[in-house]
Design a protein around this ligand. Structure first.
Ligand code: SF4
Length: 384
């Protein structure tokens, strides 16, 4: 079982009041900066010295940031390293296929006030911030996140979103996302959670974050208290894709959140070359169990621009996940889901909603009974 990091060390404390910046330093090495440039990646040995001008152009097009904790998990000598592949730019990102789009899950179609996405009757997304501690090369919101593209909601926009939530009694759950909301100050996290806590028809708050993986030493009791400040049922969907992301520090971060009654849900993207094989998925599931996480979502990759090299075909994804389920009968498993392009919502891919017409063509029925034709080309794993 590989439920641990590559070179990480177990920290001797889960909180340190002396940490001067949650975003740029880790407890294990407070001197090292977040890598934000091609030059920085070359110096760290994660790209060759002759990294081309195209690589610079790519770094301008899509935000780049890799925290020291993630660098620690990477094997700089192995270009196929599954952690490295998730964060180090790859020139294949410059190849955009005809079906790839700016807004693959269709947030825009359901935006009620700036940053407030109301797609389902009883839950809504609140996109508080447009930046992240790290940038994943397969990000489904890559056209909207980053220091240049991503906006943080203004106080006025937050008030407008809260007013919409208050005026919509059908809402039971608010999902706070971004970007990554946990990069905000604890004061702001506390304030937004507390305000949501005052809205009586809400029952649950769910945070979506990669922060505990990217900067685990910064997850403290104070942060957990801020996240749980609504007093309502609080869950955190942790974006985690590979068993090696469960470093000792990450496991401590998870335990810190759980200590404050925050349920940790798994949120994983199925990625060719990273985790799309039975052994890795099984190790991932073992890590979920070992850390007390609730298996929740396994996302089929979205049609984000320049991410085709991560996207296995739906045909191959279905075969893989069916085999994984068969290996784990009667076990809690994450739901294998696809966000239908165009904003038509999540589909459980192992349900009757999906009909394969041939290896590449699927008819998928959304929750309103409308049928969508979905074309899914051969997996990159097969074509190489
Ligand atoms: S943490 Fe989430 S929003 Fe940020 S780059 Fe990764 S996938 Fe995108």
């Amino acid at each position: 079982m590989m439920c641990y990091g590559h070179r990480s060390q177990i920290p001797d404390a889960t909180q340190n009041p002396l940490i001067p910046s949650r975003m740029t330093q880790s407890l294990s090495d407070q001197k090292r900066p977040v890598l934000r440039s091609i030059e920085g990646l070359v110096q760290a040995g994660l790209l060759p010295p002759d990294a081309s001008a195209n690589m610079e152009a790519l770094a301008k097009q899509y935000a780049l940031a890799i925290t020291p904790d993630l660098v620690d998990l990477m094997d700089a000598d192995n270009p196929e390293d599954p952690i490295r592949k998730q964060f180090v730019p790859d020139l294949r990102e410059l190849t955009v296929t005809a079906d790839e789009i700016d807004d693959p899950i269709g947030d825009e179609a359901h935006e009620k006030t700036t940053g407030l996405i109301h797609r389902y009757d009883n839950k809504a997304l609140l996109k508080l911030v447009g930046t992240c501690p790290v940038y994943c090369r397969f990000c489904f919101r890559r056209e909207m996140v980053g220091p240049v593209k991503g906006d943080t909601l203004t106080a006025h926009e937050i008030e407008a979103a809260l007013a919409y939530i208050e005026a919509t009694p059908d809402l039971r759950e608010i999902i706070i996302t971004g970007g990554d909301p946990l990069i905000l100050s604890m004061e702001r996290l506390n304030k937004i959670a507390s305000r949501l806590g005052q809205i009586t028809h809400l029952e649950k708050i769910r945070w979506h974050s990669r922060f505990p993986v990217a900067s685990p030493h910064s997850v403290t009791d104070a942060m957990a208290q801020a996240l749980a400040a609504s007093g309502k049922r609080t869950r955190l969907a942790l974006h985690i894709n590979h068993p090696r992301e469960f470093s000792p520090a990450v496991r401590i971060a998870i335990a810190t959140l759980q200590k404050h009654q925050i349920e940790i849900l798994s949120q994983t993207v199925l990625l060719a070359g990273v985790n799309a094989d039975l052994d890795t998925l099984q190790e991932l599931k073992t890590c979920f169990t070992a850390t007390g996480m609730t298996p929740y979502y396994l996302h089929h990759p979205d049609l984000a621009k320049g991410t085709g090299h991560f996207r296995l075909s739906l045909h191959d994804g279905l075969a893989l996940i069916r085999a994984w389920y068969q290996q784990n009968p009667d076990q809690p498993m994450p739901r294998y889901v696809l966000d239908l392009p165009g904003g038509f919502g999540k589909i459980d891919l192992l349900s009757d909603a999906v009909t394969g017409l041939d290896d590449q063509t699927f008819d998928i029925t959304d929750r309103h009974g409308h049928v969508h034709r979905y074309q899914s080309v051969a997996s990159p794993l097969k074509s190489t």
